[in-house]
Design a protein around this ligand. Structure first.
Ligand SMILES: C[S@@+](CC[C@H](N)C(=O)[O-])C[C@H]1O[C@@H](n2cnc3c(N)ncnc32)[C@H](O)[C@@H]1O
Length: 267
């Protein structure tokens, strides 16, 4: 199951890029430099849940080059778009595949496995199985933009807390990988990677949205309201009032949404 539109991924990309922790990206680029093999100068990065290539664009903008990008996604339309945008300038191998079939993921020879805005959708079981397949002596892992369950709106509204609690409950429902870790993802990932023997760095990468992100905020508000509209005990009229208030306050208000970036390097 996957239903991420190109329009939504484009809309969030600016906020994602601004939020990414640049220190970790520098370490990713250093790792890729160190991992260069004289026999095969191209280093392989496998981007899981690649979408239209947001990680490729972010890392390229920050200095990555001469990489083989293995883009893996269930959604062929998103992969086609990634190829359309970058197929002429980057070495891309696209794999339309379900990440749940871990044994068939194209991880062989990978110097690094990356993902953005993915692991909070995943279950503990998925993360365990993925990490079990990876050679922790050779392959680094860079997992950016994992939602942490915090959302702070300004100005505040009396229903904010209840909406957030419901939304975070929804974030733990099945997003295609079994019960999602949602806000617990970063802590789980960190522990699992440390247990596997990695040196793990974790840095905050919050979205900081204001009037210039009006369209993203509007989609976000609509998405949150839709996600919590049924099954979480919220009154429909109160929720509708919350939504109106949030949209009316976009021009002068702001919103911070917590995410974390994780980098695991072989010891
Ligand atoms: C939130 S989007 C992030 C996309 C991209 N990494 C970005 O940052 O723009 C999650 C991505 O994971 C993909 N995805 C979700 N479930 C999947 C699955 N079971 N197998 C492969 N890809 C999946 C979606 O199609 C989507 O492209």
């Amino acid at each position: 199951m996957s239903s991420f539109s190109i329009a939504w991924l484009d809309l969030r990309e600016g906020a994602d890029f601004a939020a990414r922790d640049k220190t970790l990206v520098t370490q990713v680029l250093q790792w890729l430099g160190q991992a260069a093999d004289p026999v095969s100068p191209d280093r392989i990065i496998v981007d899981l849940g690649a979408g239209t290539g947001s990680t490729l664009r972010a890392l390229t903008k920050l200095g990555a080059n001469n990489l083989v990008w293995r883009l893996v996604d269930l959604d062929g339309k998103l992969l086609d778009e990634a190829l359309r945008r970058h197929g002429k300038n980057c070495l891309i191998e696209d794999y339309q595949a379900d990440l749940n079939i871990i044994g068939e993921l194209p991880l062989t020879g990978a110097h690094i496995i990356s993902a953005s805005a993915l692991f909070d959708l995943a279950s503990a079981e998925f993360i365990d199985a993925l990490i079990a397949r990876i050679d922790a002596r050779k392959t680094a892992i860079y997992a950016a933009l994992n939602y942490d369950g915090t959302t702070i709106w300004s100005p505040a509204h009396p229903l904010d807390e209840k909406v957030l609690a419901a939304f975070n409950q929804d974030q733990r429902s099945d997003k295609g990988f079994g019960p999602a870790l949602g806000p617990d993802c970063t802590a789980y990932l960190q522990q699992a990677l440390e247990n596997k023997g990695y040196t793990v760095s974790v840095r905050p990468s919050p979205w900081q949205l204001n009037a210039k992100d009006a369209q993203l905020q509007q989609e976000l508000i609509n998405g949150i309201a839709a996600a919590v509209s049924e099954g979480y005990g919220l009154d429909a009229d109160e929720l509708s009032e919350w939504k109106k208030f949030r949209i009316a306050n976009m021009p002068d208000g702001n919103c911070t949404i917590g995410h974390w970036d994780v980098l695991a390097l072989p010891r």
